[in-house]
Design a protein around this ligand. Structure first.
Ligand code: ATP
Ligand code: MG
Length: 174
């Protein structure tokens, strides 16, 4: 049976978008699929997920960091250049047909910042190999992108420890 690649979007203001994408990467790797993850914007090398997945599945899960850390501390031009380099890498990885699953973590922010247009993203989705599953995460996914996708999940924040002043916990937030 031929694989039907799905476009999957995890959006919304609740917690779980990135962790769900990494959970999917884990599931895919367990089935022998080849995975490439590109993290935009807040990419950090020392997150638990980055360290665990690449150590556990060398050669099967690739992780690329195309961000500069926290955007509010950064020069806008530096953030933009890192994002554009990440987008170029995403194009190459997707069009190489070397993967079964590609995750573009926090990609929606590039549209929000005006670094990329919705049309550019949809055009790459159309060009991708038919078998490729592609996951996009981030808040406020563009309407047209959600219409194009096969699977859209919106995480809704019902309660978050941040609201009680509880700081980010190791292993839970990073
Ligand atoms: P996670 O990486 O835990 O799956 P996420 O990808 O859904 O979360 P992002 O919007 O990428 O969340 O934000 C990353 C960080 O912001 C996470 O540490 C998360 O716990 C935190 N966060 C998510 N939702 C909220 C919220 N409603 N209020 C405050 N912080 C939040
Ligand atoms: Mg996230």
């Amino acid at each position: 049976m031929a694989t039907q690649g799905l476009v999957i979007i995890n959006t919304g203001h609740g917690k779980g978008k990135t962790t769900a994408a990494f959970g999917l990467a884990l599931r895919a790797a367990g089935q022998g699929l080849k995975v490439c993850i590109i993290q935009f914007i807040k990419a950090q090398a020392k997150t638990g997920e980055a360290q665990a997945l690449t150590a556990a599945f060398p050669g099967q899960i690739e992780l690329h960091l195309a961000g500069t850390g926290f955007t509010w501390q950064q020069d806008k031009e530096v953030v933009k250049q890192a994002a554009l380099a990440g987008w170029q890498l995403a194009r190459e990885k997707i069009l190489s047909d070397g993967y079964d699953l590609v995750v573009l973590d926090e990609l929606t922010y590039l549209l929000g910042f005006g670094i990329l247009t919705e049309a550019e993203v949809i055009s790459l989705l159309r060009e991708r190999p038919k078998r490729l599953h592609l996951v996009i995460t981030g808040r406020d996914a563009a309407q047209g992108l959600m219409e194009y996708a096969d699977l859209v999940t919106e995480m809704r924040a019902v309660k978050h420890p941040f609201q009680q002043g509880i700081t980010a916990q190791k292993g839970i937030e990073f």
